[in-house]
Design a protein around this ligand. Structure first.
Ligand SMILES: Nc1nc2c(c(=O)[nH]1)N[C@H]1C(S)=C(S)[C@@H](COP(=O)(O)O)O[C@H]1N2
Ligand SMILES: [Mo]
Length: 207
C-alpha cells in the first residue's frame, strides 16, 4: 500500500501554486450583494491618463471580442481551479483603443458598489488578461460577475474584479478594496504574496 503518494499527477501539481489546493466546481466568493444588470444604462468606462477616454455599451464591447483564453484561477483562501475558458476582450485591446499615456503606470478596476482593485499597467498588458462575459461558452452567472468581470490569471483572484464598470489609468498606485484590508498589493500566487505585511517598504512602486 502506498501511503505517501503524490497528491496530484505531476503535470497537474506543477500548475497548483504553493499553499493552494485543487477544487471541483467553481466556488463563489465576494463581499456584499450581487448587483442586477440594467442593459439600458450599463456601460464600461475607460478613463484617466489616456489620449481617448471612451465608454462602451454592452453590444459595442461584445463587438470587440478577441480570441478566448484558457486560464487557471487561484483564490487567496486556498482554492485553485484549472482550465477555465473565458470569452471576452483582451485588456490590451481596450488599452490600445484608448491610447495609454506614458505616465500611466497603474490601473484601477472600478466595480458596482464601489469595489476596486489595482494592478500595474505592465501586469495588465499580459496576453491572458481580459474582461470576460462568458465562461465555458455560457454567459457568466450573476454571482460570477455578470455582465462583465476582469480575469487576471497570474494574480490572486481578488484582482479578478466582478461586475466591472470602469478601467482607470493613473500615475500612482492605489490600494483597492482588499488591498486596504490587509491583502498584498501585487498578489502573485507563485510567490505567495497573500498579505500586506509581507510587502517590502516600497511595494506600491513595483509592478
Ligand atoms: N466586485 C467584486 N469582485 C470580486 C470580489 C468581490 O468581493 N467583489 N471578490 C474577489 C475574490 S476574493 C475572488 S476569489 C473572486 C472569485 O470569483 P468567483 O466568485 O467567480 O469564483 O472574485 C473576486 N472578485
Ligand atoms: Mo478570493
Amino acid at each position: 500500500m502506498k501511503l505517501f503518494g503524490p497528491k496530484y499527477p505531476e503535470e497537474v501539481a506543477s500548475r497548483v501554486p504553493p499553499g493552494q489546493r485543487l477544487v471541483k466546481g467553481w466556488p463563489v466568493l465576494h463581499y456584499g450583494p450581487i448587483p442586477t444588470f440594467d442593459g439600458v444604462s450599463w456601460d464600461l468606462e475607460v478613463s484617466g491618463l489616456v489620449e481617448n477616454p471612451y465608454t462602451l455599451a454592452y453590444a459595442e464591447l461584445n463587438a470587440l471580442r478577441t480570441p478566448d483564453v484558457t486560464a487557471d484561477m487561484h483564490c487567496v483562501t486556498g482554492w485553485t481551479t484549472l482550465d477555465n475558458d473565458w470569452e471576452g476582450v483582451r485588456f490590451r485591446t481596450l488599452a490600445e483603443k484608448a491610447g495609454v499615456k506614458p505616465e500611466a503606470k497603474w490601473v484601477i478596476a472600478h466595480c458596482e458598489y464601489g469595489y476596486t482593485s489595482n494592478l500595474s499597467v505592465e501586469a495588465m498588458m499580459d496576453d491572458d488578461v481580459l474582461v470576460a462575459w462568458a465562461n465555458r461558452g455560457e454567459p457568466l452567472a450573476p454571482e460570477h460577475g455578470f455582465p462583465l468581470r476582469l480575469v487576471v490569471p497570474k494574480r490572486y483572484a481578488w484582482k479578478s474584479a466582478k461586475w466591472l464598470r470602469g478601467l482607470e489609468f493613473v500615475d500612482h498606485n492605489k490600494r483597492g478594496f482588499w488591498e486596504v484590508r490587509g491583502y498584498h498589493i501585487h498578489a502573485d500566487p507563485w510567490v505567495e504574496e497573500r498579505y500586506s505585511y509581507q510587502e517590502g517598504p516600497r511595494a506600491e512602486l513595483e509592478p
